[in-house]
Every structure is written in C-alpha cells, then in structure tokens.
Design a protein around this ligand. Structure first.
Ligand SMILES: *Cc1c(COP(=O)(O)O)cnc(C)c1O
Length: 374
C-alpha cells in the first residue's frame, strides 16, 4: 500500500450530521425503543411503496421468516430458492420447519434461473424466495406468472433491491411479500433492521404479532397472546437513522449508478475478452447497483487476488459462497456439483468497492489495480 493511497473498503455507509442529530434527539427524548420514529418510518416506507402496508423489524432476515409464517408455511412444505445468496435466505426456510429446494442460477444475472424452477416444483411446494442479486431484479413477469400458475406464495428477498424498478414500478410497490434489509451494508441502512411489504392490513396485524411475542393490546390494560411471536421490533434509534437515509435514497442510488457506469467505461470493451473475467449485466434501467461484481477467470485464485488487491489498499468482498455447500446444508444431502453455475460463480466472484461517498478517481484506481492483478 502506497503512503498516499487511503484504504478503500468494498462498502461504507454515508451518515450525515442531520441524522446524527436526529439519533441524539431520540436518545434525549427518553423513548428509545419502538415508538414515534418507527411509526414515521413505516408511514414513509408505505408511501414509497405505493401505499402498500409496511412494517419494520430488527433485520431483513426475520422479515422473511415472518412472511413464511403468515403464509402458513411449515413442516412438510417445500420452498424453492437460490443457492447464490446470503445464507439467511435459506435459513429462514429451515427455521419455520420447511424444506429448502435450490434451483441453479442464470450465469449472467446471477439470479435464480426461472426457466429451471418448474422442474423443481412438487405437490409440496408452497412458496418461492427469489433474490434480486445486487439489486438487479428477477424477471418479475415470469416470476409472478409461475407463482400464479402453481399457486405459490412469493417472498421476494429484496434485501439488496431498494430503489430498483421493473417496467418503471418500484420493487416492493407490487407483488406478494417483499422483504428489505437495512443492515449497514445495504443501499440505505438503520445499522441493523429491515422491513416487510405486505398485501393487506390483516397480514400487517399478524406481522405485528410475530414481531413482538404474539401480543395484541386493547384499552389501557387489555393484553392477549394468541400466536407464538418472537422479539423482532425495530428501535426508534434505528428508525431515526432510517428516516435520514430514506431521504437520501434517490441521491445515493444515482451516485451508485454513476460510479457503475464509470466502472464499465474504465474496464473498456475488450476487458472480458482480454482477461477472461466477466462483468455484471450493464443494466442502467432497473438496478439500484447495490454491488459491482466481477467473476474472475478460472486461472486466478480468488484469495490470492484479494490479497494482492489488499496490498494495493483495496478491500474486496465475495458475495456469495453457495449456500448448499455449507455444512448445515451438506448434512441435509446437498453436495458439490448439484448447482454448477452457482458453484463456479461462488468460487470466482469478487465484489469491487462501490458506495456513494466514492468518486470516479476511486473507480479508476480499482480498475487499474484489477487489471494489474489479472
Ligand atoms: C443482507 C441480506 C439478507 C439479510 O439481511 P439482514 O438484515 O442482515 O438480516 C438477506 N438476503 C440478502 C440477499 C441480503 O443481502
């Protein structure tokens, strides 16, 4: 690492002074946990998603678990998902007692290959959890046509897709259950947190119960518990961060898009043919550019490549190692070779730095480093 170059991580949140003050105010208010800020964030998110009911939670994992519970999915049911995601996407299926069924991914989009889903549907299939990888949406027309044909519930893992669109409509503004994460690395964050977009007020009420021990209240001292809920509520501290972030979502995503465009410009037309590496789908219509991935050629050993980049002051990520090859999943019968595309990509993919506070010269530096390390 040269003396002048500062370390460039693969992502970093942008937090303004106004948001820091808002968090301070919550601390001084005496109301720290779920309260007025949570209500305000939920109202703003609902407006953002075209008026659909939205509830916030303390992660973008419990959102999916709760969606499955609301849909009544449990023991004996199968849920189809992608092996190429953060492990949360499949863990929630096991958590509710159902069986995860994986379908391989498309080599270009890295999303679940919807053309292969039908072959995985059985009489026990109840739902599908697609992931909009890096904010690049799945083909929503094909997805919902499949779901309708086979009477499947859909829980969109839109953890990475806030601000992404399909035919001009926001992801989350249509569809079935749509789950977003506000974990610190996402396009907007609340330190930890998430939200679930639901279909109607009945589902939203049930989501509130699953969120907090199954409790429903009435009057000053009325309380009952009629479902087994957990402890998944968002704090007002987090909601205050979220309100500050949501205000800037459009600006953040515009900057991500600009930087992604600059990556393509800098890599140039012959980058793939001259190196054997693969660039992401150049989608500047629908994607929110949550991450910028390249797939390294087979001749390159990923850990060595990451170390070389680190020596140049550049931190990379890898998203993701295929879920089915983790021990927990191998113990359930999954093995190497079952989903070859996810396995190849999971072994060779790296995430390049991309976050709103970067500038184009940072991109230039990353591209020069990638080219030299290849
Ligand atoms: C971040 C992420 C999650 C989990 O969200 P948390 O808020 O960390 O629980 C799930 N799926 C995908 C695709 C993610 O990127």
């Amino acid at each position: 690492m040269s003396a002048t170059a500062t370390f460039l991580p693969f992502t970093k949140p942008s937090i303004d002074e106004e948001t820091i003050s808002a968090v301070n105010e919550v601390l001084r208010s005496g109301w720290l946990t779920s309260g007025p800020k949570v209500k305000e964030l939920e109202a703003q998110l609902s407006a953002y998603f075209g008026g659909r009911p939205v509830r916030t939670f303390n992660s973008g994992t419990c959102t999916m678990e709760i969606a499955l519970r609301i849909a009544g999915i449990g023991a004996g049911d199968e849920v189809i998902t992608t092996p190429n995601s953060w492990v949360a996407t499949a863990n929630v299926i096991i958590e509710v007692g159902a069986t995860p069924v994986f379908v391989d991914i498309d080599p270009k989009t890295h999303n679940i290959d919807l053309n292969k889903v039908e072959a995985a549907i059985t009489a026990r299939t109840k739902a599908i959890i697609p992931v909009h990888m890096c904010g690049l949406p799945c083909d929503m027309d094909q997805l919902y046509a499949l779901a309708q044909k086979h009477r499947l519930r859909v829980v969109e893992d839109a953890a990475q897709a806030i601000g992404s669109t399909w035919n001009g409509q926001r992801i989350g503004a249509f569809g079935d259950f749509v789950s977003f994460s506000f974990q610190v690395n996402k396009n907007i964050m609340t330190a930890e947190g998430g939200c679930l977009v639901l279909n109607n007020e009945a589902e939203a009420k049930l989501a509130e119960k699953y969120r907090l021990q199954g409790v429903s209240r009435s009057g000053l001292d009325g309380i009952d518990v009629d479902v087994l809920g957990g402890k998944y509520n968002m704090t007002d501290l987090s909601a205050a961060i979220g309100l500050g972030q949501l205000k800037r979502l459009h600006e953040f995503n515009a900057q991500r898009k600009k930087l992604a465009l600059h990556y393509f410009d800098q890599f140039g037309k012959d980058f793939e043919s001259s190196t054997g590496a693969e660039l992401p789908v150049a989608d500047f219509t629908n994607s929110n550019w949550h991450m910028f991935h390249i797939v390294l050629p087979e001749r390159i050993h990923r850990a060595e490549f990451m170390q070389k980049m680190l020596d140049l002051g550049i931190g990379l990520g890898y998203h993701y190692r295929p879920i089915h090859l983790f021990t927990l999943y191998r113990e359930r019968g999954f093995t190497d070779g079952m989903f070859p595309i996810a396995e190849r990509i999971g072994k060779q993919i790296v995430t390049l730095p991309l976050f709103p506070n970067m500038n184009e010269s940072d991109v230039d530096r990353v591209v020069a480093a990638v080219k030299s390390c290849l």
